[in-house]
Ligand binder design. Structure first.
Ligand SMILES: Nc1nc2c(ncn2[C@@H]2O[C@H](COP(=O)(O)OP(=O)(O)OP(=O)(O)O)[C@@H](O)[C@H]2O)c(=O)[nH]1
Ligand SMILES: [Mg+2]
Length: 301
């Protein structure tokens, strides 16, 4: 996608967060304690988190030290946030040397796992890859149907179990089929679960364990789907899921529906988990590889 297109999409998706930052009103004001307090309140309101906010404020304070804010102030803030988000492989997923690459998707109920998988499958399909989806959400009767419809749309294959079946056994069958058919990518959908439900977290660990036993080096990515409208609650989820199944990255959905877009920064700061993709709408094209530059430019548009 052209850079301008990407930027336009981010801008549209992040417009609610951008509305918090009235950057034009900064210029000409003295960068004193009251100015810094105001900036702090806005950064916290956008859910960047206490740690990242403190770093940004320190940088502004040491650069301006009671001087009047000029146009450069915005660049100071942007540069600091970009540094906080720096990722050696932005928006990329690990591709295994031997097929398949396996991506395990987890998160709380309704976070956007299944729709994100659909969008991701479409994206990988467009890159010419063959895809198998594993419907390991055997808990909700409609879950496999939902994934089947998406699989048909993107021309992906799907493995599902009977309602109530052990999710680990579905994962087992999906690994077998992925190996037998030589597909490029296996994406594993799981049932939503609260991080506080320890028996369900153990079930997820079992799914992960089966995948790891069946395919060397798998899962190559464990992606935690977080709903951006949850703001700081997302951090606690990231902590528990990471402890349980070793998340490698985040898909942050519903950025379009919230002014808490700063949570991208908070997740990175708290967990050192890179945000790989962001959901900025309900359409099939509305999952975008995360781009720190576009993100920062969009919230200070
Ligand atoms: N606006 C917006 N809506 C989204 C986004 N991602 C997902 N949704 C919506 O969120 C709702 C839940 O999505 P699902 O994909 O079913 O969520 P899930 O995590 O699979 O849910 P469970 O399987 O029940 O745990 C759906 O209505 C999606 O259309 C996004 O980026 N933006
Ligand atoms: Mg689902």
């Amino acid at each position: 996608m052209a850079l301008k297109d990407l930027l336009d999409r981010f801008k549209k998706g992040l417009s609610r967060t951008a509305r918090l930052f009235d950057v034009r009103s900064w210029i000409g004001k003295k960068v004193d304690q009251s100015f810094l307090d105001g900036l702090e309140a806005t950064l916290i309101q956008s859910d960047m988190g206490v740690k990242a906010t403190a770093k940004i404020l320190d940088r502004v304070r040491e650069t301006y030290n009671d001087r009047e804010a000029d146009e450069q102030l915005l660049n100071v803030v942007k540069t600091e946030i970009k540094a906080l988000l720096a990722d050696p492989r932005p928006g990329e997923l690990i591709v295994s040397r031997s097929k398949p690459s396996v991506y395990l998707i987890a998160g709380i109920n309704g976070a956007g796992k299944t729709t994100s998988i659909a969008k991701l499958a479409q994206r990988l399909k467009n890159e010419g890859k063959t895809i198998l989806l594993a419907a390991c959400d055997t808990f909700r009767a409609a879950a496999a149907d939902q994934l089947t419809i998406w699989a048909e749309r993107s021309g992906s294959d799907i493995v599902k179990g009977n309602p109530g079946a052990d999710p680990a056994s579905v994962a087992h069958d999906a690994c077998d089929r992925a190996l037998a058919r030589g597909v490029d990518v296996l994406i594993v959908d799981t049932a939503g679960r609260l991080h506080t439900q320890s028996h369900l977290m153990r079930e997820l660990e079992k799914v992960r364990g089966v995948i790891a036993r069946k395919i060397a080096g798998a899962p190559h990515e464990v992606l935690l789907v977080l709903d951006a409208t949850n703001g700081q609650n997302a951090i606690r989820q990231a902590e528990v899921f990471t402890k349980s199944i070793g998340c490698t990255g985040v898909i942050l959905t519903k950025l379009d529906g919230t002014a808490k877009g700063g949570v991208v920064v908070a997740v990175r700061q708290a967990m050192n988990l890179p945000v790989k993709f962001v959901g900025i709408g309900e359409g099939i094209d509305d999952l975008q590889p995360f781009d720190a530059e576009a993100f920062v430019e969009s919230i200070f548009a």
